[in-house]
Design a protein around this ligand. Sequence first.
Ligand code: TK8
Length: 339
Amino acid sequence: MRMLITRTGFAAAIAVTAVFAAGSAHAEFEERTIRVSNGVSKEHPMGNGLAAMGACTLEKTGDKMTIQPYWDGALGNDLTATQSVRTGSLEMVLTSTAPLTSIVPSFGVFDLPFLFNDEKEADQVLDGKVGEWFSDKLPAVGAVNLAWWENGFRHTTNSRHPITKVEDFQGVKMRVMQNNIFIDTFKELGTNAVPLAFSEIYSALETGTVDGQENPFNNIENMKFYEVQKYLTLTKHAYSPTLVLFSKKVWDGLSPEEQTVLKECALVGQKEQRKVNREKSEVSLANLKEQGMEVNEITPEEMERLRDKLKVISERHAASIGPETLDLVFGELKRIRAD
Ligand code: TK8
């Protein structure tokens, strides 16, 4: 008997096949929500990076893998959220490297004053063998670094007076990240260095517990420090990388396809986050002036004195960072600068 394949039947067959194919096309993905902790507020360029990363994971997994950001340290500060990631109770955190030197001491190299001259150098070092070398250290401490994003170059604010020379730091109560190299750096400058978590800065400035802090322009604007800080000095004294840190406990339970999607999409997020972070940085500086901050640069002569004063920091912390790390990073910088 000739089977009469009606037009409707054919269309139905195609539709069923298409639905089955679509479902099987993403069969290797489970419904997952990846919670990610941030210290900054959602308007920060970290939000742009996570939006790009999240659109990518939804697209690649057939809407099964959702990136869900939490802001303003709601799930903890850099260090405590990182501890949650290490125990597996939190999937992901965007954190600076500085607060993690108690876990990975060699991260301290990024905190050395004036390590990088510009973003180009930072990208070349972090996206090359040095970045890989650091990322390879993380599984041993319960984390996987999906990509290097950007916090950025750090500048100094305070409520007391413009900082135009080294001596102006004398006696300023300066909030610094919970990191021995930052504490030592600002002590060397004559400040009373006060290590605090990022989420505690605004109230510490408002109450006068501290007189000043140092952060990239985007952070100063995003956290409204201009409301409690009068002076901004363009010190550009350090560059902070950001880790996209994923829990190894959770990671090990993912399929290879899910792991590939997260790595690929974290790089999509990296491109967007760095782009917006840099575009917004200049806009933030202009906004800070608009908000009434008195902004000053330090003269080249005084900047030279500042750099000279801080040369001792590298010597004092070489042992904690480790000779292998120093050789690797400074060797790479030498190669890049010779090109
Ligand atoms: C935000 C912090 C912040 C850092 C700091 O989670 O603590 O001053 O610059 O960006 O990582």
